[in-house]
Every structure is written in C-alpha cells, then in structure tokens.
Design a protein around this ligand. Structure first.
Ligand SMILES: [Fe+2]
Length: 293
C-alpha cells in the first residue's frame, strides 16, 4: 500500500472497520507483536499511538502485512495550544501516516508542551469560544499539510475550565474546521462526573453524524471525600461497566461510524482478550458486524 490521501467524504463513506485495539508502540504491554502473529487475530484493526516520532510506526505495518487496517494516533501537534504550527511535528505525523496507510490521524484536544517545554501532565482544552476559534484555525492549517485529516478526540477531564460543555466545544471545532470527530466515552464520562451530569447528558450537543470512531478504555474511579474522579488508566484497569452501556446507546446513533477502539496500553494479553470479548458482546447485542467479517 502506498500513501493514502483521504478526504472528508472518503472517511464518512468508508466501511465500518469493526473492533480494534489501541496500542502504544513505545510500550511492552500488551505484547502487540504476539497478538498480531496469531493465526486468527481477535481484533479487526489496530490504532497505533506514537509520541510523535516519525518512522517509529513503520514496524507495525511490516508486522501486520499490507492489507490489515491501521489507524494512527499522534501526539504533539498541540491542537488547542495557541502557538504557531510545529512543522517538524507535522512532518513526523505525515511519515507515520504514510507508513501505516492510515485513513485518518487522531489527536486529542489537549497539549503537553508550553513554549517548547514538555509538561508531564496532559492539559485538556480550555472550554471557551476563544479556545475553539484558535483550535479551528490551527487545525485547518495543520490539515492543509497532511495527506489525511487530523480528527480531534475529546480529552479526559478532572477539573474543566470554561463555560462550554465538552460536547459543545467539539461541535464548534468539528463544524468550524469541517473535520470528523472521535468520541472517547471514558473521557466523556470523566467530564460528566466533574459537572455532576449523567453519562450521556447533552449528547445532542455533538453532531453525531461527524463521529467516526468511539473509544473505550480501562479506568480507575477514585472517591475523594465523596467526589468521584476518573483516572484514565487504559489497560491497567478494566473497562467500567458504565462505558459499555454508553457504547450500546451511542454506537447505533452514529451514521458514519468507522471504528470502535479499546485502548489497551499497559494491559496483559489476557486482559486484552477478555476486554475484546466484553465489547464483542455489545456488538452482538446490537447486531453490529465489521466489513468483511
Ligand atoms: Fe481515547
């Protein structure tokens, strides 16, 4: 497969890829190489995360073969940080997208650097109109340099700042930059906990026809003096049952859904398989099948 150029309508009209695993190429757990080498892979695609190093993703394409679907999850384009675009980061994203032949590029609405200094905390978007306007401008500019579309994902929250609901912020960014959206159900739940709302309150604020991918992942729900905080721990913990209920409700409402991803970084291979089984049960209940399965 050569480099793939994807437009918005290519992405919306493409097939449903099914259930995939989000893996971190920098991590040892799960052992994605042994999962990939199985005769019958229990997942339909992989979503490959890198911290932004160009070239590091190529090994995954070599390992899975030329036709297995791969999606790319980048970090360091800093979509919501109001700085000029970072050309080396965009070049690295393009190298990985082309190596994977990925149909879209995910990046969270968050930032990790301030004026070039790495901060060891994942800073989620300020939820204001000004922040949305600056994100739209930056996202449009970044997308003009890439072979496919950077598709924003809602980040986790423990202390949201700003007067917009996260789903309203996503609507502004999705419509303003004319991009698809990734809805991470655990991250949405983390926000709803912060504002004392039910898990799917205000779902009508996000244009679900733009949502092409849903994420679920393990989490640790911590009670601090009666306040529940969502710790986004991915494979280190199991997927909270409440997220599977959210998935069952939201998935049928997304007409252009292309993928459901379990983010499994730090999981044992055994946990990966048991989480796949849990999510497959939701698919079976809904009668959802991957293209070609
Ligand atoms: Fe996610």
């Amino acid at each position: 497969m050569g480099p793939q150029v994807s437009t918005l309508s290519d992405i919306f009209q493409g097939p449903f890829l099914g259930l995939g695993l989000g893996i971190d190429v920098h991590g040892d757990d799960p052992d994605w190489r042994s999962l990939v080498d199985q005769d019958h892979r229990p997942f339909d695609f992989l979503e490959v995360f890198t911290r932004g190093d160009g070239g590091i993703a190529a090994e995954v394409r070599e390992r899975v073969g030329p036709d297995f679907p791969l999606i790319y999850h980048h970090e360091n384009l800093e979509l919501v940080y109001p700085s000029p675009i970072n050309k080396p980061a965009i070049e690295a994203a393009a190298i990985n997208l082309n190596a994977l032949s990925a149909p879209w590029c995910i990046e969270e609405l968050a930032y990790r650097e301030i004026e070039g200094r790495y901060i060891d905390f994942f800073m989620p978007a300020l939820l204001t109109h000004e922040s949305a306007v600056s994100t739209i401008k930056k996202l449009k500019e970044i997308n003009s340099h890439l072979p496919t579309i950077v598709t924003p994902e809602n980040p986790p929250y423990q202390l949201p700042v700003g007067d917009l609901h996260i789903l309203e912020f996503m609507r502004l960014v999705g419509e303003g930059a004319d991009v698809p959206l990734i809805l991470d159900l655990g991250h949405l739940y983390s926000y709803q906990l912060c504002v004392g709302a039910d898990p799917l309150d205000h779902l009508n604020k996000i244009p679900l026809e733009r949502v092409i991918e849903l994420h679920v992942a393990g989490a640790n729900l911590v009670d601090i003096n009666g306040v529940t905080i969502y710790e986004d721990s991915h494979g280190a913990d199991v997927i909270p049952e409440i997220l599977l209920g959210m998935l069952e409700e939201v998935l049928p409402q997304c007409p252009h859904i292309r993928a459901v991803t379990i983010e499994v970084e730090d999981a044992s291979n055994e946990r990966v398989l048991s989480e796949v089984e849990r999510v497959r049960k939701v698919f079976d209940k809904l009668g959802v099948k991957a293209h070609g399965s």
